[in-house]
Design a protein around this ligand. Structure first.
Ligand code: DX5
Ligand code: ZN
Length: 218
């Protein structure tokens, strides 16, 4: 098992003081900041857009791990890149052309990631694995924090780990949804190295962020 990276999702933060929340996550030892962008169309919830990412950028030096749950996605890539995203992760269903979307993210100087919903087969990563720096396996259906971990996705994490190993490239294997002290062990055993967590990091308030993050490292 290599180093585990923790990417707290600000979906569970206090939206009235996001800047302070990000500073608290930084101080608590987060490796990066997971930014969930939802449009009320691709997923049944609306969160935030590029102006907020830009406003938050000065509050930490840590990478912004931007998870786009919007369709169409292509028209907004430049805006999120300019706002300060470091990684930009997209769903193949948000298309219409996942290969060119990932190329576009790379051409903007950002790290491209592909994310698979629980109902999306692992095969979707095969034609584009050479283009990505990150594969994200959703362990809940996207849209909301606080949902229960979908156990059937462990097999998909294992399958992704096998495919990534065969490339010989350093591709992060991230998981997102329902991660807690118990499920984190399962996903790490399955091969995940990058852990998104909202509820489990924010539980108990700011004085608990550091111990919550430490607990997720195992
Ligand atoms: C769901 C989001 C997740 C979510 C995780 O659509 O992509 O990042 O915030 O929240 P928890 O950790 O509470 O399941
Ligand atoms: Zn997410």
């Amino acid at each position: 098992m290599g180093n585990i990276r923790i990417s707290p999702s600000i979906l569970s933060a206090d939206f009235a003081c996001l800047g302070a929340e990000i500073e608290a996550l930084d101080a608590a030892g987060a490796d990066m900041i997971h930014v969930d962008v939802m449009d009320g169309h691709f997923v049944p919830n609306i969160t935030l857009g590029p102006p907020i990412v830009k406003a938050l950028r000065s509050h930490t030096q840590k990478p912004f791990d931007v998870h786009l749950m919007i369709a169409p996605v292509d028209p907004y890539l430049e805006a999120f890149a300019a706002a300060g995203a470091d990684g930009i992760t997209v769903h193949p269903e948000a298309g219409p052309h996942i290969h060119s979307t990932l190329q576009k993210i790379r051409s903007l100087g950002k790290k491209p990631g592909i994310v698979l919903n629980p109902g999306t087969p692992i095969d979707h990563i095969d034609p584009v694995l050479d283009l990505v720096d990150l594969v994200l396996i959703m362990t809940v259906n996207p849209g909301f924090g606080g949902q229960s971990f979908i156990v059937s996705q462990l097999k998909k994490i294992e399958a992704a780990a096998e495919r990534i190993a065969k490339t010989g490239r350093a591709i992060a294997l991230e998981v997102d949804g329902g991660i807690n002290k118990t499920t984190v062990k399962q996903v790490i055993s399955a091969g995940a190295d990058t852990i998104v967590a909202g509820t489990a990091v924010f539980r108990g308030g700011a004085t608990c962020y550091a111990s919550n993050i430490t607990a997720l490292r195992g």
